[in-house]
Design a protein around this ligand. Structure first.
Ligand code: NGQ
Ligand code: ZN
Length: 457
């Protein structure tokens, strides 16, 4: 490994740059874990296929431990709303220790799958009865600690959650631990911002238009805490939400938001599933990111995002694993495309021009949108960015005889066993030869916590 004044050099057979593969590329990583302009530091060859790690723009970490526990039919018609009841019951048993153990395990799994950053949309703020913890930010700090243990970059998005529906009804008993008034929420943001650094950004999240009354939305966005950083919101995921918004606010959710807030490139609209053509083009023009979570949206029966119209309008998108029914950027991108194929009965939908590759189009788009949603210098292997990269296993039979034209399509569409061999995050190896540096300890603690939760249930 080359080393000059704390600089380390790395080579790659093919390196994914913003506009495509570059052969025989060199990277220089400084002591702080950022990329420098090529300084001619010779060093270790990483492998044949080196890509920027994928940002994961939407996560509720605690939900990983209930993955698969809501797939048995209930007494009536199951829906998003019955799933939510199961999720609320599960959430009630999660305190700071449980959250840290579950999140650390999840983040190890993310790194091994090729995510090197995660946006945590965090609303389990208080004790289950709604009383703040002795340290009010204890649950947020559990996530910060988990990310540090795993070695993943974190954008922490504490969530403002105030009402139980568009009609302004108070929080239900099980939602009480999510709640803040605007000043309590801003205090939490300010406390957490003191922990910000190279691997931690703190942004704003509004749970949804259902959960944040109009006046509160206006006042939180007017505070100095909202002057910079990403702003995320769940929106237009379910038809019921569109109907309630139309009935009570006289507009569809995305239309309403675009009319009532200065939505720009700082914003990430999570799901944005149900859009008219007009909303899709307005959203695309705003520069906001559509935060798509295809495996969760499929699992919850949400519907399909209008991908072709949105891409044709120049829209920005990224992907998230949300409920973590699946933890894999490959699977999110694959299902984003497959949903469109199933609905349209055509092929190669995300590739909008002859000759374009679907996987390259989607990987490039999700890097760009994910980076924008994260508020961190991630998603590209260029000067000033974090050294967050993944190395594919060129020995995998699936990649035999693949070249720069075909590698990503095989990786995204055909990989069933993971093909991510090594992962560097912030200039440090977190995964080498398919193993995370602390995976045994983190998995053992996770197992003990989940077994305890199951015994209590
Ligand atoms: C959440 N998850 O906040 O965890 C939501 C469900 C809700 C997704 N929408 C709860 N996928 O939207 O009220
Ligand atoms: Zn969500």
């Amino acid at each position: 490994m080359g080393d000059r004044a704390g600089l380390r050099g790395f080579g790659a057979g093919q390196l994914w740059r913003t506009d495509g593969w570059q052969a025989d590329a060199m990277l220089t990583v400084d002591a702080g874990g950022h990329l420098q302009a090529a300084a001619g530091v010779a060093g270790e060859t990483l492998g044949q296929w080196v890509l920027p790690g994928m940002p994961n723009l939407h996560s509720h970490a605690f939900q990983r431990a209930m993955a698969g526990l809501a797939e048995r039919r209930g007494p009536g018609d199951d829906s998003f709303w019955t799933w939510r009841e199961t999720m609320y019951a599960f959430a009630a048993a999660i305190g700071p220790d449980e959250l840290q153990a579950i999140a650390a395990q999840l983040y190890v799994e993310m790194l091994k799958a090729g995510y090197t950053q995660v946006c945590e949309f965090h609303y389990l703020h208080h004790q289950p009865d709604g009383t703040p913890y002795a340290q009010p930010e204890a649950m947020s700090l559990a996530l910060v600690e988990a990310a540090r243990e795993a070695g993943i970059a974190l954008t922490l998005l504490p969530v403002l959650y105030m009402s139980g529906g568009f009609d302004g009804r108070p929080l239900a008993a099980r939602q009480r631990r999510f709640g803040h008034d605007v000043s309590g929420y801003v205090r939490l943001l300010e406390t957490l911002r003191r922990h910000e650094g190279d691997d931690l950004r703190v942004g704003i999240a509004l749970h949804s238009l259902r959960a944040v009354p109009e006046e509160a939305l206006r006042s939180v966005l007017a505070t100095s805490a909202a002057k910079d950083g990403p702003i995320h919101i769940h929106i237009a995921e379910q038809i019921g939400e569109v109907q309630d918004c139309l009935a009570i606010r006289g507009a569809r959710p995305v239309e309403w938001l675009l009319d009532h807030a200065e939505v720009d490139a700082r914003w990430c609209l999570v799901h944005a599933t149900h859009l008219t053509g007009h909303e899709a083009s307005r959203l695309a023009r705003s520069g906001a990111v559509a935060g798509l979570c295809p495996t969760t949206e499929a699992n919850l029966g949400d519907g399909l995002f209008p991908l072709a119209d949105y891409l044709d309008a120049g829209g920005t998108l990224g992907v998230g694993s949300d409920s973590h029914i699946s933890v894999s950027p490959v699977e999110e991108l694959r299902w984003l495309e497959y949903g469109q194929r199933l609905a349209s009965r055509h092929r190669n939908i995300a590739a909008r021009h002859a000759g374009d590759s679907v996987a390259e189009t989607l990987w490039r788009a999700a890097l760009r949108g994910g980076a924008r949603a994260s508020g961190l210098p991630v998603g590209r292997l260029a000067e000033g960015a974090r050294a967050d990269l993944i190395v594919l296993d060129e020995q995998a039979p699936l990649l035999a005889a693949r070249d720069a034209r075909s590698c990503l399509d095989s990786f995204v569409f055909a990989g069933n066993a993971p093909l991510v061999r090594d992962v560097m995050c912030g200039g440090r190896w977190q995964v080498r030869d398919y193993r995370h540096r602390d995976e045994e300890r983190i998995a053992a603690r996770y197992r003990a916590v989940v077994e305890r939760l199951a015994a209590q249930a």
